[in-house]
Design a binder for this molecule. Structure first.
Ligand code: HEC
Length: 155
C-alpha cells in the first residue's frame, strides 16, 4: 500500500526535473542511432551523427508531428499516428524508443500496426537521456512552464 502511494506520488510529479534525462549520457548513447539517423538543421549542417539516412532526420523532433520529414519514406503506421495527432514530446518518445512497434500498436489501437524502426533502446534511463540530448536540437526549445500539462499523459 505504502509502495503504491509512493508510485502515485512519483507519477504525479509528471515531467519534473528528477525524471529528466542527462543530455551528456544521451550524446554517448546516440552512437546506437547514428547508423540510421542524423540531426541536421535547415541549412544542412550536421549537428549530431554522421551520414545515417535509413531513418529520418531527428532535428527538432520535440514538438514535431510524427512521420512528417519531407521526402522520407515512412511506414504507413507512423504516418497514420501523425495524422491522428501524435506530436513527439519528452514523454511519448520514451516508450517509442523502448519499443516502437508496441508503442504504435497501443497508440493506434491496432494490433497489426508496424514500425519501420526495429531498433529498441535497452532501458528507460537511456531513453530519457537520449530524449534530453535530442531536445537540444530544434528551433524553439520547449519552454519550462511548470509542467502542468495534464493532457500529455492522456492515452
Ligand atoms: C536500423 C536503423 C535505425 C536505428 C538504429 C534507429 N532508428 Fe529511429 N527510425 C528508423 C526508421 C527507418 C524510422 C522510420 C520509422 C517508420 O517509418 O515507422 C525511424 C524513426 C524514428 C523516430 C520517429 C521520427 C519521426 O519523424 O516521426 C524517432 C524519434 C527515432 N527514430 C529515434 C531514434 C533514436 C533516438 C535511435 C537510437 C536509440 C534510433 N531511432 C535508432 C531507423 C532506425
Amino acid at each position: 500500500m505504502k509502495r503504491l502511494f509512493l508510485a502515485a506520488a512519483i507519477l504525479s510529479l509528471g515531467a519534473a526535473p528528477a525524471l529528466a534525462g542527462d543530455p551528456a549520457a544521451g550524446e554517448a548513447a546516440f552512437n546506437q542511432c547514428q547508423t540510421c539517423h542524423v540531426v541536421a538543421n535547415e541549412e544542412g549542417e550536421v549537428l549530431a551523427g554522421r551520414a545515417g539516412r535509413q531513418g529520418p532526420n531527428l532535428y527538432g523532433i520535440i514538438g514535431r508531428t510524427a512521420g512528417t520529414v519531407e521526402g522520407f519514406r515512412y511506414q504507413a503506421s507512423l504516418v497514420q499516428a501523425g495524422e491522428e495527432g501524435l506530436v513527439w514530446d519528452e514523454e511519448n518518445l520514451v516508450p517509442y524508443l523502448l519499443n516502437p512497434q508496441d508503442f504504435l500498436r497501443e497508440t493506434l489501437d491496432d494490433r497489426r500496426a508496424r514500425s519501420g524502426m526495429t531498433h529498441r533502446v535497452r532501458n528507460e534511463d537511456m531513453a530519457r537521456d537520449l530524449v534530453a540530448f535530442l531536445a537540444q536540437f530544434g528551433e524553439a526549445p520547449a519552454a519550462e512552464d511548470g509542467g502542468d500539462d495534464e493532457e500529455a499523459a492522456a492515452d
